[in-house]
Design a protein around this ligand. Structure first.
Ligand code: UGB
Length: 600
């Protein structure tokens, strides 16, 4: 009370709210006025930020925390009373007519979409010193995830205009959710690379704030152990993206601009944009308000399952159920085998890869009802079975994919299952942990993420009639992986399967040891036989026909160990570098038609 003279009326109101919410312990160690006054002002500045960045304010946060902690203490299962069943959705098979139809519909629809990348996670499991979006997706061209995503969005933007014979190209909005851990460096990567060709006005960074930590079941806020005038905070989770978008006002701007879709995706999946056109086509064709991208899932795989949950009281929702909750839920519903594969050899529940497509109109309506808030959870680490005290402070968390939990049963919620080799290869684990993954389980490492790009591109060319020599097994950083030919192309070359520019009159072949880099849009491969390295750089407006037989020493993968600090981190983390022995490289920087048909 003695310190009231230091405070503004707003700060006094916040102080009263804290005391009313049972938080007077925060002031117990305060000194008399005149001592550490600046730290007291800083305390209220932090309280004001915590209050303004949470839907309903800090009082709502404390109230929600008490309710969730009470449920957690008694071990209430959030799925009590719900019966799981397999929801309806679309299962696609790469390259067939159905897939091609959806891809074309998706590219046309892309100009009515906004893209939202959740990139606030620091990636502790990955152990990479940089931010994850700046990590190389593949070392052959040195393209990082952010560059790959931006170039993919620009390719969709151009393709959408072309396929709809649009008179002008609409700029697709791109939002990146950052956090204190990633904001500055994300901006630096964008600015130092001229936004990888995107207009700076097209990109918006929205920074998520951390939330207050909780010391006990009464939701008493935890003080920073090193500063009694600061409340301890931790990340709230990627679910923040919904309240940030809602409070940013961008959703209404997009609606008035005629947009219809918002696509949410994660920071390290180099395959994603191979799956987006068809998935967006499914959303537009099926009029899904929520479309979860999914892949075939093996039972017990560490991947959430997209599940319809129907309550005895009539409530029904289609939601991702984390894998460790799916098995007990199924057993409780009378499935004795729990999470088991069906006759297809896969789980009947599609595997969540946390890339979502939401229809904008209903999304705005829902967020208006909830104020941007979505269902949260709390996961305290109790000291003992009495569950009366915590080992360390906890906090409320939320996940992006829990958005449908608040939707009415009438909402059109579906999913799109894609071949996993085409859609999903996240980079989450450091080499040490990846090398210990049980055999047959995905490594989810920089090594496996890069090899997955080469495999996907090889399989796509095989589907297009190219004879691509199969992989060899090699070990990098303790992970045995398939090494396919190192084939990469700019998104604008092969945005969709039907746009792959290959003509096979006699035959087209690529040997396993080959590297092929197509940096341009109008590069046409025709009866090419490649055994070595071929690099084509060409501007839009140059049309290059490439054929004939190319043989040279090529580019080899040279193993390096992740502990070898003499190599750059972005190479150590994958366990190899590219040794560029010899290549045929051609650059076309003038408009025109060119033929490259060497007989070497
Ligand atoms: N992220 C944020 O932007 N802010 C945050 O506060 C936290 C994360 P992780 P996670 O891919 O298979 C998710 O850590 O959360 C971003 C799904 O929950 O990589 O453990 C972060 O930058 C899970 O159901 O993954 O698991 C990254 O882009 C499953 O789908 C993204 O959120 C899993 O991903 C995901 O953060 C998966």
């Amino acid at each position: 009370v003695k310190n009231l003279c230091l405070l503004s009326p707003d700060q006094i109101e916040l102080g009263k709210m804290l005391v009313e919410m049972g938080q007077s312990h925060l002031f117990q160690q305060w000194t008399d006025p005149g001592v550490e006054d600046n730290k007291k002002k800083a305390f209220f500045a932090q309280v004001a930020k915590l209050n303004s960045s949470y839907p309903g304010g800090l009082a709502s946060y404390i109230k929600n925390a008490r309710e969730l902690l009470a449920d957690s203490k008694v071990g209430r299962n959030p799925y009590d009373g719900f019966t799981p069943s397999v929801p309806t959705g679309e299962v696609l098979s790469f390259g067939d007519d159905n897939f091609i139809k959806y891809e074309e519909a998706g590219v046309k629809e892309a100009q009515n979409a906004a893209f939202v990348l959740v990139a606030g996670g620091l990636g502790e499991r990955l152990g990479y010193n940089g931010i994850k979006v700046a990590l190389l997706a593949e070392a052959t061209t040195g393209t990082c995830f952010l560059q790959l995503y931006i170039e993919s969005i620009l390719a969709l933007q151009e393709g959408s205009c072309r396929l709809t014979q649009g008179t002008f190209q609409k700029d697709i909005p791109f939002v990146i959710m950052t956090s204190d851990d990633t904001h500055t460096r994300t901006l630096e990567v964008l600015e130092s690379n001229s936004y990888f060709g995107m207009k700076p006005t097209q990109v918006k960074l929205l920074k998520q704030e951390k939330v207050a930590c909780l010391d006990d079941n009464d939701a008493r806020l935890a003080l920073d152990p090193h500063n009694k005038y600061q409340i301890q905070t931790k990340p709230h989770g990627h679910g923040d993206v919904h309240s940030l978008l809602y409070s940013s006002g961008l959703l209404k701007v997009w609606l008035y601009a005629g947009l219809r879709w918002v696509l949410f995706f994660q920071d390290t999946n180099g395959l994603l944009f191979k799956a987006i056109p068809a998935s967006l086509g499914v959303s537009a064709t099926k009029q899904y308000q929520v479309n979860s991208l999914a892949v075939q899932r093996k039972a017990k795989e560490a991947m959430g399952g997209i599940t319809r949950l129907t309550h005895s009281d009539g409530r029904s929702v289609v939601i991702n159920v984390e894998y460790n909750q799916l098995d007990p839920l199924l057993r409780a519903a009378g499935h004795p085998d729990g999470d088991a594969n069906c006759e297809t050899g896969y789980s009947p529940f599609p595997g969540n890869i946390n890339q979502l497509i939401l229809e904008l109109g209903p999304y705005i309506e829902e967020l208006t009802k909830t104020g941007g808030a979505i269902k949260e959870f709390v996961n305290p680490k109790y000291k003992d079975a009495s569950k009366t005290s915590f080992k360390s402070s906890t906090r409320l968390e939320c996940m992006m994919q829990d958005y449908p939990k608040t939707l009415p049963p009438t909402a059109r919620v579906g999913f799109t299952v894609m071949d996993k080799w085409l859609a999903y290869a996240p980079v989450k684990n450091n080499p040490e942990d990846a090398s210990k993954v049980p055999k047959g389980n995905p490594y989810h490492s920089a090594t496996s993420g890069e090899m997955a790009i080469y495999r996907a591109n090889s399989l796509i060319l095989i589907k297009a009639g190219v004879q691509v020599e199969g992989p060899v097994q090699q070990v990098f950083n303790g992970q045995e992986v398939e090494v396919w030919p190192r084939i990469t192309w700019k998104p604008k070359w092969g945005l969709t399967f039907s746009e792959i520019k290959i003509k096979v009159r006699q035959s087209c072949s690529v040997s396993q040891r080959s590297t092929m880099v197509l940096k341009g849009r109008d590069i046409f491969l025709e009866d090419l036989s490649l055994d070595g390295a071929l690099i084509i750089n060409c501007i839009d407006g140059a049309e290059v026909k490439v054929g004939g037989s190319i043989q040279n020493k090529g580019w080899l993968l040279e193993r390096i160990n992740y502990k070898d600090t003499s190599s750059p981190e972005e190479l150590r983390i994958r366990g190899f570098k590219i040794n560029k022995l010899e290549q045929l490289e051609q650059t076309y920087s003038e408009p025109g038609k060119f033929i490259l048909k060497p007989q070497c």
